[in-house]
Design a protein around this ligand. Structure first.
Ligand code: FPP
Length: 251
Protein backbone atom coordinates (compact mmCIF):
# COMPACT_ATOMS: atom_id res chain seq x y z
CA UNK A 1 0.00 0.00 0.00
CA UNK A 2 1.46 3.42 -0.89
CA UNK A 3 1.36 6.37 1.53
CA UNK A 4 -1.47 7.84 -0.59
CA UNK A 5 -3.78 4.88 0.05
CA UNK A 6 -2.89 4.44 3.72
CA UNK A 7 -5.38 5.95 6.21
CA UNK A 8 -3.70 9.15 7.40
CA UNK A 9 -3.49 8.03 11.03
CA UNK A 10 -1.37 5.09 9.91
CA UNK A 11 1.07 7.02 7.74
CA UNK A 12 3.04 8.01 10.81
CA UNK A 13 2.02 5.85 13.74
CA UNK A 14 3.43 6.70 17.17
CA UNK A 15 5.67 3.97 18.49
CA UNK A 16 4.69 4.75 22.08
CA UNK A 17 1.30 6.11 23.18
CA UNK A 18 0.72 7.19 26.79
CA UNK A 19 -2.77 7.90 28.12
CA UNK A 20 -4.13 9.85 31.10
CA UNK A 21 -7.55 8.24 31.43
CA UNK A 22 -9.71 10.96 32.99
CA UNK A 23 -13.45 11.41 33.29
CA UNK A 24 -14.81 8.19 34.79
CA UNK A 25 -16.45 10.02 37.71
CA UNK A 26 -18.15 12.61 35.51
CA UNK A 27 -19.29 9.91 33.09
CA UNK A 28 -21.06 8.18 35.99
CA UNK A 29 -22.46 11.39 37.49
CA UNK A 30 -24.02 12.40 34.18
CA UNK A 31 -25.93 9.14 34.24
CA UNK A 32 -26.91 9.43 37.89
CA UNK A 33 -24.66 6.46 38.72
CA UNK A 34 -22.14 5.97 41.53
CA UNK A 35 -18.51 6.74 40.64
CA UNK A 36 -17.40 3.11 40.79
CA UNK A 37 -19.62 2.33 37.80
CA UNK A 38 -17.71 4.98 35.88
CA UNK A 39 -14.46 3.19 36.71
CA UNK A 40 -15.99 -0.11 35.70
CA UNK A 41 -17.02 1.40 32.35
CA UNK A 42 -13.44 2.67 32.12
CA UNK A 43 -12.16 -0.91 32.07
CA UNK A 44 -14.11 -1.52 28.85
CA UNK A 45 -12.42 1.48 27.26
CA UNK A 46 -9.04 0.11 28.42
CA UNK A 47 -9.81 -3.21 26.75
CA UNK A 48 -10.84 -1.55 23.46
CA UNK A 49 -7.78 0.74 23.45
CA UNK A 50 -5.36 -2.11 24.13
CA UNK A 51 -6.92 -4.23 21.40
CA UNK A 52 -6.92 -1.44 18.84
CA UNK A 53 -3.36 -0.33 19.58
CA UNK A 54 -2.22 -3.96 19.19
CA UNK A 55 -4.07 -4.34 15.89
CA UNK A 56 -2.67 -1.10 14.49
CA UNK A 57 0.90 -2.01 15.40
CA UNK A 58 1.61 0.51 18.17
CA UNK A 59 4.63 -0.98 19.99
CA UNK A 60 4.18 0.55 23.47
CA UNK A 61 1.09 1.71 25.35
CA UNK A 62 1.34 3.21 28.84
CA UNK A 63 -1.84 3.83 30.84
CA UNK A 64 -2.12 6.01 33.96
CA UNK A 65 -4.49 3.92 36.07
CA UNK A 66 -3.81 5.29 39.56
CA UNK A 67 -1.58 8.19 40.57
CA UNK A 68 0.38 8.66 43.80
CA UNK A 69 -2.12 11.45 44.57
CA UNK A 70 -5.12 9.14 44.05
CA UNK A 71 -4.37 7.55 47.44
CA UNK A 72 -6.03 10.64 48.95
CA UNK A 73 -9.43 9.83 47.40
CA UNK A 74 -12.19 8.62 49.73
CA UNK A 75 -11.35 5.21 51.16
CA UNK A 76 -14.36 3.54 49.50
CA UNK A 77 -13.27 4.70 46.08
CA UNK A 78 -9.66 3.56 46.61
CA UNK A 79 -10.81 0.14 47.85
CA UNK A 80 -13.19 -0.13 44.89
CA UNK A 81 -10.45 0.75 42.41
CA UNK A 82 -8.07 -1.82 43.93
CA UNK A 83 -10.78 -4.46 43.65
CA UNK A 84 -11.38 -3.46 40.04
CA UNK A 85 -7.65 -3.78 39.24
CA UNK A 86 -7.57 -7.24 40.82
CA UNK A 87 -10.71 -8.38 38.96
CA UNK A 88 -9.43 -6.98 35.67
CA UNK A 89 -6.08 -8.69 36.20
CA UNK A 90 -7.71 -12.04 36.89
CA UNK A 91 -10.08 -11.74 33.97
CA UNK A 92 -7.83 -10.25 31.29
CA UNK A 93 -4.33 -11.69 31.69
CA UNK A 94 -4.92 -14.98 29.86
CA UNK A 95 -6.35 -13.17 26.85
CA UNK A 96 -3.59 -10.56 26.86
CA UNK A 97 -1.07 -13.40 26.90
CA UNK A 98 -2.86 -15.14 24.00
CA UNK A 99 -2.65 -11.88 22.10
CA UNK A 100 1.11 -11.73 22.64
CA UNK A 101 0.89 -8.62 24.90
CA UNK A 102 3.75 -8.00 27.31
CA UNK A 103 2.48 -6.55 30.57
CA UNK A 104 4.43 -4.41 33.00
CA UNK A 105 3.36 -2.45 36.09
CA UNK A 106 5.14 0.75 37.05
CA UNK A 107 4.79 2.82 40.19
CA UNK A 108 5.16 2.51 43.93
CA UNK A 109 3.43 -0.83 44.39
CA UNK A 110 4.39 -1.06 48.08
CA UNK A 111 0.99 0.17 49.30
CA UNK A 112 -0.97 -2.38 47.28
CA UNK A 113 -2.25 -5.59 48.85
CA UNK A 114 0.06 -8.60 48.73
CA UNK A 115 -2.56 -10.38 46.62
CA UNK A 116 -2.63 -7.65 43.98
CA UNK A 117 1.16 -7.39 43.92
CA UNK A 118 1.47 -11.14 43.49
CA UNK A 119 -1.06 -11.04 40.63
CA UNK A 120 0.95 -8.28 38.96
CA UNK A 121 4.26 -10.11 39.35
CA UNK A 122 2.72 -13.34 37.98
CA UNK A 123 1.24 -11.49 35.00
CA UNK A 124 4.61 -9.88 34.27
CA UNK A 125 6.38 -13.22 34.53
CA UNK A 126 3.81 -14.97 32.29
CA UNK A 127 3.97 -12.37 29.53
CA UNK A 128 7.58 -11.25 29.68
CA UNK A 129 8.72 -13.14 26.53
CA UNK A 130 5.79 -11.82 24.45
CA UNK A 131 6.79 -9.82 21.42
CA UNK A 132 3.58 -7.93 20.59
CA UNK A 133 2.27 -4.76 22.20
CA UNK A 134 4.16 -3.78 25.34
CA UNK A 135 1.56 -2.56 27.85
CA UNK A 136 2.69 -0.55 30.88
CA UNK A 137 0.12 0.14 33.58
CA UNK A 138 1.03 2.90 36.01
CA UNK A 139 -0.36 2.28 39.50
CA UNK A 140 0.57 4.39 42.51
CA UNK A 141 2.71 6.25 40.01
CA UNK A 142 3.97 9.82 40.04
CA UNK A 143 6.48 11.37 37.66
CA UNK A 144 8.25 13.11 40.56
CA UNK A 145 8.32 9.90 42.61
CA UNK A 146 9.93 8.14 39.63
CA UNK A 147 12.64 10.80 39.29
CA UNK A 148 13.36 10.80 43.04
CA UNK A 149 13.69 7.00 43.04
CA UNK A 150 16.10 7.18 40.10
CA UNK A 151 18.12 9.94 41.81
CA UNK A 152 18.32 7.83 44.98
CA UNK A 153 19.58 4.81 43.04
CA UNK A 154 22.20 6.88 41.22
CA UNK A 155 23.29 8.56 44.47
CA UNK A 156 23.74 5.09 46.02
CA UNK A 157 25.87 4.04 43.06
CA UNK A 158 27.97 7.20 43.39
CA UNK A 159 28.41 6.57 47.11
CA UNK A 160 29.46 2.97 46.55
CA UNK A 161 31.95 4.10 43.88
CA UNK A 162 30.32 2.33 40.90
CA UNK A 163 29.31 5.61 39.25
CA UNK A 164 31.48 8.68 38.81
CA UNK A 165 29.19 11.73 39.36
CA UNK A 166 31.14 13.59 36.66
CA UNK A 167 30.03 10.95 34.15
CA UNK A 168 26.34 11.18 35.04
CA UNK A 169 24.28 11.92 31.94
CA UNK A 170 20.66 11.75 30.70
CA UNK A 171 21.05 8.12 29.70
CA UNK A 172 21.93 7.12 33.29
CA UNK A 173 18.78 8.81 34.53
CA UNK A 174 16.57 7.31 31.79
CA UNK A 175 17.95 3.87 32.55
CA UNK A 176 17.07 4.26 36.24
CA UNK A 177 13.44 5.31 35.67
CA UNK A 178 10.47 2.93 35.70
CA UNK A 179 10.19 2.94 31.92
CA UNK A 180 13.82 1.93 31.36
CA UNK A 181 14.05 0.18 28.02
CA UNK A 182 10.93 1.83 26.53
CA UNK A 183 11.32 4.66 24.05
CA UNK A 184 9.83 7.97 25.22
CA UNK A 185 6.13 8.38 24.39
CA UNK A 186 5.58 10.06 21.03
CA UNK A 187 1.95 10.83 21.78
CA UNK A 188 0.37 11.57 25.15
CA UNK A 189 -3.42 11.61 25.22
CA UNK A 190 -5.49 13.06 28.03
CA UNK A 191 -9.24 12.54 28.01
CA UNK A 192 -11.81 14.34 30.16
CA UNK A 193 -11.23 17.96 29.12
CA UNK A 194 -8.39 19.02 31.45
CA UNK A 195 -5.16 20.19 29.85
CA UNK A 196 -2.34 19.18 32.19
CA UNK A 197 0.11 16.33 32.72
CA UNK A 198 -0.82 15.75 36.39
CA UNK A 199 2.54 14.31 37.46
CA UNK A 200 2.48 11.52 34.86
CA UNK A 201 5.59 10.84 32.76
CA UNK A 202 7.40 14.10 33.50
CA UNK A 203 10.86 13.12 32.25
CA UNK A 204 9.60 11.13 29.29
CA UNK A 205 7.10 13.70 27.98
CA UNK A 206 9.85 16.15 27.02
CA UNK A 207 9.05 15.88 23.30
CA UNK A 208 5.72 14.06 23.36
CA UNK A 209 2.92 15.49 21.27
CA UNK A 210 0.11 16.28 23.71
CA UNK A 211 -3.44 15.51 22.62
CA UNK A 212 -6.26 16.73 24.87
CA UNK A 213 -9.87 15.82 24.21
CA UNK A 214 -13.18 16.38 25.99
CA UNK A 215 -14.28 12.76 25.61
CA UNK A 216 -14.75 11.17 29.02
CA UNK A 217 -12.59 8.06 29.37
CA UNK A 218 -15.43 5.47 29.29
CA UNK A 219 -16.53 6.96 25.94
CA UNK A 220 -13.02 6.77 24.46
CA UNK A 221 -13.61 4.27 21.64
CA UNK A 222 -11.72 3.28 18.52
CA UNK A 223 -12.96 6.38 16.64
CA UNK A 224 -11.64 8.63 19.41
CA UNK A 225 -8.29 6.84 19.36
CA UNK A 226 -8.08 7.17 15.59
CA UNK A 227 -8.79 10.91 15.88
CA UNK A 228 -5.80 11.23 18.20
CA UNK A 229 -3.63 9.16 15.87
CA UNK A 230 -4.72 11.19 12.84
CA UNK A 231 -3.87 14.41 14.70
CA UNK A 232 -0.48 12.93 15.60
CA UNK A 233 0.11 12.03 11.94
CA UNK A 234 -0.31 15.71 11.04
CA UNK A 235 2.20 17.01 13.60
CA UNK A 236 5.61 18.17 12.49
CA UNK A 237 8.04 16.91 15.12
CA UNK A 238 11.18 19.01 15.37
CA UNK A 239 12.66 17.99 18.73
CA UNK A 240 13.98 21.52 19.23
CA UNK A 241 15.50 21.71 15.75
CA UNK A 242 14.37 24.07 12.98
CA UNK A 243 12.24 23.02 10.04
CA UNK A 244 14.31 21.70 7.12
CA UNK A 245 13.16 23.26 3.88
CA UNK A 246 13.29 21.39 0.57
CA UNK A 247 16.49 22.31 -1.33
CA UNK A 248 15.02 24.81 -3.84
CA UNK A 249 13.13 26.74 -1.13
CA UNK A 250 16.20 26.90 1.06
CA UNK A 251 18.45 28.33 -1.68
C1 FPP B 1 -9.79 9.14 36.44
O1 FPP B 1 -11.15 9.49 36.36
C2 FPP B 1 -9.63 7.70 36.46
C3 FPP B 1 -9.04 6.98 37.47
C4 FPP B 1 -8.46 7.58 38.65
C5 FPP B 1 -8.99 5.52 37.42
C6 FPP B 1 -8.62 4.93 36.09
C7 FPP B 1 -9.05 3.54 36.12
C8 FPP B 1 -9.64 2.90 35.10
C9 FPP B 1 -9.84 3.45 33.77
C10 FPP B 1 -10.18 1.53 35.30
C11 FPP B 1 -9.25 0.39 35.35
C12 FPP B 1 -7.97 0.44 34.68
C13 FPP B 1 -7.25 -0.67 34.34
C14 FPP B 1 -5.89 -0.50 33.80
C15 FPP B 1 -7.79 -2.04 34.49
P1 FPP B 1 -11.76 10.35 37.53
O2 FPP B 1 -12.29 9.42 38.56
O3 FPP B 1 -10.73 11.32 38.02
O4 FPP B 1 -12.93 11.08 36.79
P2 FPP B 1 -13.48 12.54 37.09
O5 FPP B 1 -12.37 13.50 36.78
O6 FPP B 1 -14.61 12.67 36.11
O7 FPP B 1 -13.92 12.56 38.52
Amino acid sequence: MSDRDTPSHLVRLPQHVAVIMDGNGRWARRRGLPRHLGHRAGVKAVRATVRHCGELGVDYLTLFAFSSENWSRPRDEVVGLMKLFLDALQREVAELHENNVRLRFIGDLSRLSERLRRGMRDAERLTRENSGLSLQIAVGFGGRWDIVEAARELAERARSGTLDPAELDEQHLSDSLSLAGCPDPDLMIRTGGEQRISNFLLWHAAYAELFFCDTLWPDFDTDALEQALTWFGSRERRFGRVETLPKEEAS
